[in-house]
Every structure is written in C-alpha cells, then in structure tokens.
Write a protein that binds this ligand. Structure first.
Ligand SMILES: C[S@@+](CC[C@H](N)C(=O)[O-])C[C@H]1O[C@@H](n2cnc3c(N)ncnc32)[C@H](O)[C@@H]1O
Length: 279
C-alpha cells in the first residue's frame, strides 16, 4: 500500500526520523511530502503513533486523508503542563520526540531504559513516556527535578525514576545499564553576551566531554545517545560545541549523525543534533 506522508516544519529532521523509524529510505515527491510503501494499516498506525515530525498521511492513489496528528495532545504537553521554566530553556515536544526516535531506531521494547541526564522540566521524558519506555531522569537542580515529577504525575505516568546527580557523575550513582540517552544539556545562560561566549563555551566543552565519557560506563553496548550541541557565534568566531565528539577519549562511540541544525525562528543560538552509538 502506498501512502504520502506530510511532514512538519523541520523537514530534514522529520525526514531522518521517518527513515529511522521505518528502517528504509523514502522518496520525496514535493516539498514536505514523501512516498511511503507499507504492508498494512497496522504498520501505518504503529509508525504514525511514534513520529514527532509527521502531520498527516494521505492515500497515494486517491489523496484521501487516512491519519492526522492529534494537535490537541501535542498542545497539551507543550503549553498546559503544570511546570515550565523558560529561563532554563525548554525543548519543543516535537523536537524531543524526533530526538528520541533517532536514538531508538526502528525497534525498541518497553522494558528498555531511556535516561535524560539534564532533564530540566522533563519534556524528553514526557515524550518517551508516550512511547512506553522505562524512564530515568537526572538533573543537578532539585527544583527542576520536582518540576519533572509534577509534569510526569500530571500525565499519569508511573514508571519513572528521578535523581539529583551531576551529569558527569552518573556512573558513580547508578548500578543499572541504560539503553538510550536523549538530552538537551545545559547550554549557558539565555542571551549570552558576545564577549562572554569564548569563556562560557570553554566550560561547556569540559561539561560535555566529562558527561559523554561518563555515559560510556552506563550505556549498554550498542546503546545510543542523541544530544543537542549549541553553536554560538560572537561575530568573529563560530563555536560549534559538537567538536567535543572528536576527542580521542570518546573513541568508544561511533558517530551516526551530525550536522543536523535546528533553531527557533529569530534565535541567535543554533542547536546541532548529534547521534552516537556505543561500540
Ligand atoms: C537546557 S536545560 C534542559 C531542559 C529540558 N530539555 C526541558 O525541555 O525541560 C538544562 C538542564 O541542565 C541542568 N544542569 C546544568 N548543569 C548540570 C550538570 N552538571 N549536571 C546535570 N544537570 C545539569 C540544569 O539544571 C537544567 O535543568
């Protein structure tokens, strides 16, 4: 059966998500529209339910609408949740879901554990809960952890653990292995002054390197990390923090994807999404 999948605003990210979840390449037929061949309707529902970048699906032959995303459900998790902290930065749920899918690949099981080591208000954990994964959230700030707890309780989620850990010290504090790490880390305070960027990015480099090294100890072999890295520019130089992954001490990872840029309209800060797989 042939369908046309209509993707949302960030086409590159949404296309990669679609191909990752399907486990095969798709053909572009016009802007944001992709031809997808599926065996049956149950495959269609399973795939559609997972995706964050999908808006609707139509039949190829008759253009009939066969599936539409639940805008109200996405709006509810984005705007109506009890805890939000704009100063810490919040990942839009659709981007969070796309990142989770890039980490999960085609198949996953509900007993697998997804960790967000910089969980903030819990947007990534909320999206992972919709997919039925076991959830582990950690953050250095107890106020954020309480916010995440409130948000997950509000969604009626029971299967989660939250801990107050530094992201560079996770392995000292947990004895379980995790399958996926999906995270938007601390990226410096909002509206960073250009003259501060050079110094702040030095600190961020150290934080990301320390974290990624530590996570090699808690990730199952074959486990994946999907992480946001900021890109700053002070007008003279661009600071692309994903260069961290080229450090020799991180040879334990294979780089699956880098260079995918996501930024909010009018935002000075650009975000690069990187997917790593533990060897
Ligand atoms: C950009 S926010 C994450 C926002 C989250 N993705 C959301 O959508 O709500 C980064 C988080 O990292 C936490 N943080 C900062 N330094 C940390 C560290 N060394 N270890 C763990 N968490 C840290 C902050 O408290 C903050 O909650």
């Amino acid at each position: 059966m042939d369908f046309v999948f209509h993707l949302g605003f960030n086409e590159d990210l949404a296309k990669l998500e679609l191909e990752t979840v399907l486990g095969k390449a798709v053909t572009k037929i016009s802007p944001r529209k992709y031809l997808v061949e599926l065996d049956n309707f149950s495959d269609l529902n399973t795939v559609a339910h997972r995706l964050g970048g999908l808006v609707e699906i139509r039949g190829k032959s008759n253009d009939k609408l066969v599936w539409r995303h639940q805008a109200k459900e996405w709006y509810k998790r984005d705007r109506l949740k009890p805890f939000a902290d704009g100063r810490k930065g919040m990942l839009p749920p659709k981007i969070a879901r796309i990142m989770i899918n890039l980490a999960l690949g085609k198949n996953y099981t509900p007993d697998q554990v997804l960790l967000d080591p910089f969980c903030g208000s819990g947007n990534i954990l909320m999206e992972a809960s919709v997919l039925g994964l076991s959830l582990l959230g950690t953050d250095i700030d107890t106020k954020q952890l309480e916010g995440t707890r409130k948000n997950l309780n509000w969604l009626g989620i029971k299967n989660f653990k939250l801990h107050n850990f530094d992201a560079t010290q996770i392995s000292k504090n947990i004895d379980t292995q995790v399958n996926y790490i999906v995270t938007e880390p601390f990226m410096g305070k909002p509206n960073l002054r250009p003259d501060r960027i050079k110094f702040v990015t030095k600190g961020l480099h150290k934080l990301y390197l320390g974290s990624l090294k530590n996570w090699l100890k808690v990730l199952d072999s074959g486990g994946t990390v999907c992480m946001v890295f900021p890109i700053y520019s002070d007008g003279k130089k661009t600071y692309q923090l994903s260069e961290v992954i080229d450090d020799k001490s991180l040879v334990g990872y294979n780089v699956k994807t880098r260079g995918l840029i996501y930024s909010r309209p009018n935002s000075k800060l650009k975000r690069e999404i990187v997917v790593l797989k533990k060897k």
